[in-house]
Write a protein that binds this ligand. Structure first.
Ligand SMILES: Cc1cc2nc3c(=O)[nH]c(=O)nc-3n(C[C@H](O)[C@H](O)[C@H](O)COP(=O)(O)OP(=O)(O)OC[C@H]3O[C@@H](n4cnc5c(N)ncnc54)[C@H](O)[C@@H]3O)c2cc1C
Length: 405
């Protein structure tokens, strides 16, 4: 039984993504000593379009990250709804998104969080956990250096698995991926083209929606756009058997692409860095077991369709720090942390499933969207969004400061 002495203890945080870095900030604030490990040999500062909602902004404020962020929304830009045959209509704009997001890149949040880390926080790159064993007093973790194969076993008072959708911590401490991963049967390719896409003005965005496949160009006020291409598939495993650009081109079929889709496919073929992955959620009854806890995508991946992955990662990190600072007993802190967070994450996950219809609609959903948008008035467009989700509740849940709710 430990109480006050838990404070000032050592925690291993696995994963140097937004959730891991912000968790280290929350732990540090609570008086703990976090040690961060990352599988990659260096930081991954890159990224694609993300929205930061109130839940994330409040947490970012308390974690000392918010001042390093700004809203990149191109308020004077237009989002066009286009097709591959050259027709351009006015589409849904940023103002139709429920809540009041700041639009930015994942890399903005990663960078702001990283720069907020105090200099004395230890970070080990090319390092992964290969064994986790715990008893009532601590967790023994074997760490393997992937560069030289060296291993070391160290004891920690807490282990946080913030190592993403295919978390190793989850596999080692909770069980195999098959038990927790739920495929939504969509693939996405997200990347940053070198500049504007086709004829699209730099501050304009576009959507090209065809049954079960889509192209989105997200514009920013002060940054080149990012591209998201997505499609439905019944065989996720087959999607990983060829290069991303090959699979995406196949998904859009052999027909003529037209200018914009053609330009996006060409940009994908020449880009050095693309996030190509299946869209999957993580469903778990419990996010903690003894002194091992999962956070961010590793625990609750809501998918890009919810638009809440970054905000939830920040909110979870902030609340974890608060709970560990408040409760000397780790188990109690984790239980209370999970109890407070779960209603929000359950909601964001449902939202993630529902909103796949916005990102990559099927034939019927496209037809419905077009009917609603005929006349192209924004109030009508908003009505469509209200049909696809409970607009007000969704906005409220995204904007709520979870730690203070
Ligand atoms: C196209 C796209 C658009 C999105 N849009 C939004 C949006 O609008 N709003 C929003 O909030 N979210 C959005 N998201 C989701 C959001 O980006 C993620 O939810 C969030 O970045 C996840 O952060 P994370 O730190 O939990 O996981 P990750 O970013 O996956 O980080 C995990 C880290 O752990 C490391 N790692 C993995 N395995 C190991 C290991 N064994 N040992 C050590 N380290 C390991 C990885 O290298 C990585 O650095 C979007 C996602 C995509 C793909």
């Amino acid at each position: 039984m430990t109480t006050k002495t838990e404070r000032g203890r050592r925690a291993l945080v696995v994963g140097l993504g937004v959730s891991g870095i912000s968790t280290a900030l929350g732990l540090k604030r609570a008086g703990w000593t976090p040690v961060l490990i990352e599988k990659a040999a260096r930081r991954r500062p890159g990224g694609y379009f993300v929205g930061l909602f109130g839940a994330g902004k409040s947490a970012a404020q308390r974690l000392g990250i918010l001042h390093g962020l700004h809203d990149r929304t191109a308020f004077d830009g237009v989002t066009h709804d286009i097709d591959r045959f050259g027709e351009w209509r006015r589409g849904l704009g940023f103002r139709d998104i429920p809540g009041e997001p700041w639009l930015m890149l994942r890399g903005d949040v990663e960078q702001a969080a990283f720069h907020a880390l105090p200099g004395d926080v230890e970070i080990r790159y090319s390092t992964v956990p290969t064994k986790i064993e715990q008893d009532a007093g601590g967790v023994d973790v074997t760490l393997t250096n992937t560069a030289d194969g060296g291993t070391v076993t160290e004891r920690f008072d807490l282990v946080v698995g913030a190592d993403g959708l295919r978390s190793t911590v989850r596999r080692l401490a909770f069980g195999p991926d098959e038990r927790y991963l739920h495929r939504l049967n969509y693939m996405i390719a997200a990347f940053q083209p070198p500049g504007r896409v086709g004829d699209l003005a730099l501050r304009d965005g576009c959507t090209l929606l065809e049954p079960d496949r889509s192209l989105w160009v997200f514009s920013f006020a002060d940054h080149p756009p990012t591209v998201l291409m997505g499609y439905r598939t019944d065989d996720v495993d087959a999607e990983f058997t060829e290069p991303p650009a090959v699979r995406v081109r196949k998904a859009f079929g052999p027909g003529p692409t037209g200018d914009m889709l053609g330009a996006a496919l060409e940009a994908l073929e020449t880009t050095d860095e693309v996030l190509f992955d299946s869209v999957e959620q993580v469903h778990m009854d419990r996010w903690h077991k003894g002194r091992v806890v999962l956070a961010g995508d590793a625990a609750w991946c809501v998918t890009l369709y919810a638009g809440m992955g970054v905000s939830a990662g920040l909110a979870g990190a902030d609340l974890l720090g608060t709970m560990l600072g408040r409760h000397g007993n780790v188990e109690r802190a984790l239980t209370e942390w999970e109890r407070r967070l779960r209603p929000y994450l359950d909601y964001y996950q449902r939202m993630g499933v529902r909103q796949s219809a916005i990102f990559t609609p099927n034939r019927k959903q496209i037809r419905m969207r077009r009917v609603m948008m005929r006349g192209s008035t924004m109030p009508v467009a908003s009505t469509l969004l209200r049909l696809l989700q409970t607009h007000n509740k969704s906005g409220r849940m995204k904007e709520t400061d979870i730690a203070r709710a």
